[in-house]
Design a binder for this molecule. Structure first.
Ligand code: FAD
Ligand code: EPU
Length: 338
């Protein structure tokens, strides 16, 4: 069941060739526990793997890469909505499309996000004005140290923008096994995100007649128009988070750059990092097999299947340039291993 010296290139959408000292594809709780016991005995670090669409392998992984392939999902009708219970290895986009095909709304803005549902709570996936936390009810996770199952409520998960407990106090301590979402009985389309507004205006579709399936269709069309399909052009989605700055820094930047794209986030402002990188002239930049996507500057691409250090070098050059030009610090969004 446990293989040694395994190439992780097929397991990350950046297609970075790096090797794992050990690799295991687990499809049950028992297999996960056996793999954890093996790693514990040898004091190996664990790299939990879903679809590999939000990781950057900066070198070989000196521990156990554990692919979590638990499968199964069910929709349970309730008086006030529908509960969706799904095992960690279920593909996220397929779950979204299945739920909209059944007429259940709530997930449609998150269509076409790559990866599996098990990873969705790690960074509280979000797109087009909606985040996982908006429908999240609870999750069950296996504690790496003991193999015990623990349940976390939405509150316990401490969701934030691209953030959760699993990137903070519980980092590297749990394997998510099952996620439970609750979809509302009375659905309202969430189409205030500028790109969605523009799409429906262009297609002359009024908000009141929309179905979840139509919103999903719009999101898919918008995403396909600017985001590279990782199967064709290796990438890990947005490489940086959109930086959040205080009101005074925002006012100063806006005065210098009247076209600055930013969204209010409470008293603070979330800047469009893609706009900053684009303005700094990086969109479409290519260097030795790695580059910046030509239709979305926040996405770094790896068409040459280069190693992680080349991707990271480019990311560092961009971040340095943005800090010099705008005084803004960019933080990577994907997780780097080892
Ligand atoms: P992986 O890359 O396999 O893992 C991501 C992290 O979660 C790693 O640290 C991994 O160790 C950990 N992990 C994975 N599974 C588990 C588990 N079961 N238990 C514990 N830890 C686990 N993200 C967005 O939020 N919004 C977007 O719009 C979006 N668009 C994207 C577009 C493209 C083209 C790409 C390539 C990526 C995009 N992403 C987006 C990022 C990515 O799709 C999400 O972060 C997704 O949730 C990652 O899922 P995964 O299964 O591929 O996770
Ligand atoms: N922009 C540019 N040039 C670019 C890219 C963007 O000027 O090259 C401008 C756009 O014109 C737009 C604004 O920046 O006005 C925002 O762009 P977009 O709508 O594409 O969204 P984003 O802020 O770049 C975020 C998420 C995406 C998510 C989209 C849609 C982060 C880090 N990224 O991108 O998530 O799909 O919004 O909600 O928050 C991911 O996390 O991997 C990801 C793809």
């Amino acid at each position: 069941m446990i293989q040694s010296d395994v190439d992780l290139q097929p397991f990350n959408t950046m297609t970075i060739a790096a090797r794992a000292k050990y690799f295991c594809a687990a499809t049950s709780h028992d297999e996960m526990r056996e793999a954890l016991a093996f790693a514990r005995k040898q004091q190996l670090p664990i790299l939990p793997l879903g679809g590999g669409s939000n990781i950057v392998l900066t070198g070989d992984f000196p521990g156990l890469a554990l692919h979590i392939g638990l499968l199964g999902h069910e929709f349970e009708p309730l008086d006030d909505g529908v509960r969706l219970r799904a095992s960690a290895g279920e593909n996220w986009h397929q779950l979204v499309m299945h739920s909209v095909a059944l007429g259940y709304g709530g997930l449609e803005n998150l269509a076409l996000i790559p990866g599996n549902i098990g990873a969705a709570p790690i960074q509280n996936i979000g797109a087009y004005g909606v985040e996982l936390k908006d429908t999240f009810e609870q999750l069950t996770a296996m504690e790496i140290a003991t193999g015990n199952l623990v349940t976390f409520t939405a509150e316990a998960c401490q969701f934030g923008y691209r953030d959760s407990l699993f990137k903070g106090d519980a980092k590297d301590r749990f394997l998510i096994c099952e996620v439970v979402l609750k979809l509302p009985a009375r659905w309202q389309p969430q189409v205030s995100y500028p790109a969605l507004q523009q799409y429906f205006a262009e297609h002359q579709q009024g908000e009141q007649d929309l179905t979840p399936e139509q919103v999903a269709g719009a999101v898919i069309a918008i995403r396909n128009s600017k985001l590279p399909n990782p199967v064709e052009i290796p990438n890990a989605g947005s490489f940086f988070k959109n930086p959040v700055v205080g009101a005074s820094q925002y006012a100063e930047l806006k005065q210098k750059h009247p076209d600055l794209v930013a969204f209010a986030a409470g008293n603070d402002w979330k800047l469009a990092a893609g706009w900053l990188i684009d303005q700094a002239g990086w969109r479409g930049f290519a260097r030795d097999g790695v580059g910046v996507h030509d239709r979305q500057a926040l996405v770094l691409v790896n068409p040459g299947h280069r190693c992680g250090s080349q991707v990271v070098d480019l990311a560092q050059d961009i971040a340095r340039d943005i800090q010099q030009k705008f005084g803004v610090v960019l933080e990577p969004e994907p997780r780097f291993y080892p």
